[in-house]
Design a protein around this ligand. Structure first.
Ligand code: NAP
Length: 567
């Protein structure tokens, strides 16, 4: 085995175990073994080892049973702050192994490494202490406004240092120290010339999980973390009296980390397209899902079978840890899948459902939130009752944007190259928005001009690489207008409106928001929805939720950043 140790935690490396089967039983002891890196406070007040930091007789008996049952080749325990002498002489656990003739070793961070790491932190600690002394000195003087200001700044700096030191100390106490403990176990295992080696390691409760996963990563053959529960019964009736009879029972249970500490969040991804969108899958992992199961070419019938099969598998309590994501370019199919999924689930077997066909809902939500905010900035009024034109609004993005603006109380027009399509889609979305949205034919620049000339907000939602509003139309426009384009593939949907524009006046009183600005907010909205659905338990996360999330994200942008200086 090759272990590289250079005393700097970043360069500490452990090599996986090869050619040997290592069986480690990690027994959690009844208390945390004291260990610290920094000498805090006054030297004379150095913390003493508490007399209750000691294994109980019942725990020692339990260990004896473990030894006779498992015949370990060796045993280990973290040394902590004890000397090696005390580790062997004043440790009841050492006696158990000695009597059982099992080699017993202390394992812990190497002293040189520890002093190196402690010295760098101690410098910070000393400096923080000198700041605290200075603050106390200033307090003892007559405090005027100038001194108070200095005190405030020094306090903020000392708080910052304190947090930094604690964070670093935590990292060293767990990440770095656990590597040293594992190194000790592996070294002793390697010194034994047997193919299968068994070790019993006695650990503080807070390190059981870290050591278990580290040993598993290093190919240990079998790692069993054992939690020893202790029941204590005593004979005294009133509290505060020393009991004359005490009964202790220790009961081991295998710690199953996955079930106890973390229930995996599973996303079932139902895509009408093939393959299922890698974009949405990557976003979902980034939002914290543990497992994503993608299905492609999904239709309503298939969705029903999948949901029926999945919904009972995790029981009533854990069904909320399963989410569904409905995606794909077939807007109609996605809507049908949503209806089927809603009908298939029933209380209490309900899970959150995210709906975002080919990113259309999150894109529309971002576009509407940005233009709504933009209109407020340039026209200094609400969008309510204003005229909104959604150019080429017959696709998924245009439909969702039209519905969202209609729900905001705007006068919405949706265009298509065909009057028939414009009218039929307008009828469909009007039903969903529960208010009238008008369908208009606009297939030539003249027709486009006719419908947009008195509009306040114009959304270009045409297919990729299609220009809907040429310069000749833009140049003729009068009055304040906010125009957004979601097409990022050249040529743009609106001539002269560049993808990265974010409320830029690109023609007199015409303010443009480009596809990149929309796309950036869209990505944040999608992540926000995924995170919310991951922990929501149930609910439908569609364009309505996406829009509220987009508005919230835009508001967050305006939270003030405070920067002050003292010198
Ligand atoms: N920025 C982002 O993050 C993001 C995310 C998703 C989508 N997008 C973009 O958003 C836009 C809309 O997406 P979508 O899926 O809703 O679009 P889509 O369904 O592909 O197209 C929308 C409409 O464009 C019209 N159209 C198609 N070809 C045309 C042409 N040659 N001339 C004029 N009109 C034409 C069609 O309407 P009619 O046939 O009725 O005229 C169609 O219904 C696309 O540009 C897409 O790339 C951006």
């Amino acid at each position: 085995m090759m272990v590289e140790v250079r005393f700097l935690e970043e360069e500490f490396r452990l090599e996986p175990l090869t050619g040997k089967k290592l069986n480690v039983i990690i027994v959690e002891k009844e208390y945390e073994e004291p260990w610290w890196l920094l000498e805090r406070g006054v030297k004379e007040l150095k913390p003493q080892r508490s007399p209750i930091k000691k294994p109980s007789l019942a725990f020692c008996e339990f260990l004896k049973k473990m030894v006779s049952e498992y015949s370990p080749d060796f045993a280990t325990e973290e040394l902590g702050m004890r000397s090696r002498d005390k580790f062997y002489k004043e440790n009841p656990v050492a006696k158990v192994f000695e009597e059982s003739k099992v080699p017993f070793y202390p394992v812990d961070m190497d002293e040189k490494a520890k002093s190196y790491l402690a010295s760098t932190l101690q410098e910070r600690e000393n400096f923080k202490n000198s700041l605290i002394e200075e603050i106390s000195k200033l307090h003892s003087q007559k405090v005027n406004a100038e001194t108070q200001k200095k005190i405030d700044y020094l306090t903020a700096y000392a708080q910052y240092l304190d947090e930094e030191i604690e964070e670093k100390e935590r990292e060293i106490s767990f990440d770095v120290r656990e590597k040293w403990i594992v190194k000790g176990i592996l070294d002793y295992a390697n010194s034994i010339t047997k193919d299968t080696v068994t070790c019993i390691h006695i650990s503080s409760p807070s390190h059981v999980e870290g050591l278990t996963s580290l040993l598993k990563t290093l190919n240990a053959w079998n790692v069993t973390p054992l939690k020893v529960e202790k029941k204590v019964q005593f004979s005294e009736a009133s509290t505060g009296k020393i009991p004359n009879s005490i009964e202790i029972e220790v009961k081991p249970t295998v710690k199953r980390e996955i079930l106890v500490t973390k229930i995996p969040r599973i996303l079932i991804f139902l895509d009408t397209d093939e393959p299922a969108s890698p974009f949405d899958i990557c976003q979902s992992y980034d939002a914290g899902f543990d497992v994503i199961i993608p299905y492609s070419k999904v239709d309503a019938e298939m969705a029903k079978r999948i949901v029926q099969d999945a919904m009972f598998s995790r029981g009533e309590k854990n069904v909320k840890y399963t989410c569904y994501f409905l995606g794909g370019s077939d807007f109609g199919k996605v809507k049908a899948i949503l209806e089927t999924v809603k009908k298939t689930m029933f209380p209490p077997f309900e899970s959150p459902v995210i709906v975002d066909p080919r990113g259309a809902y999150t894109t529309a939500a971002a576009m509407v939130a940005l233009t709504e905010e933009g209109w407020g900035k340039v026209a200094k009024e609400e969008v309510k009752k204003r005229k909104v034109v959604v150019l080429a609004g017959t696709g998924p993005v245009g439909r969702a944007a039209a519905i969202l603006y209609a729900k905001l109380g705007c006068d919405v027009y949706l265009t298509s190259r065909s009057l028939e399509r414009a009218e039929s889609v307008a009828k469909e979305v009007s039903e969903e928005a529960k208010t009238e949205i008008k369908g208009v034919k606009a297939s030539s620049p003249e027709e486009v001009y006719e419908v947009v000339k008195d509009a306040h907000i114009i959304l270009a939602t045409g297919a990729a690489g299609v220009m809907l509003m040429p310069k000749t139309v833009v140049e003729k426009l009068k009055g304040v207008k906010v125009v957004a384009d979601v097409n990022a593939v050249p040529p743009p949907g609106v001539e002269g409106l560049k993808p990265k524009f974010n409320l830029k006046e690109f023609a007199p009183s015409i303010y443009g928001i480009g596809a990149l600005a929309v796309g950036q907010l869209k990505n944040r909205v999608e992540r926000e929805i995924l995170s919310a659905a991951r922990t929501a338990g149930k609910g439908i996360f569609d364009y309505n939720y996406a829009f509220t999330a987009a508005q919230k994200l835009l508001r967050e942008k305006t939270f003030p950043t405070i920067k002050m200086r003292y010198s």
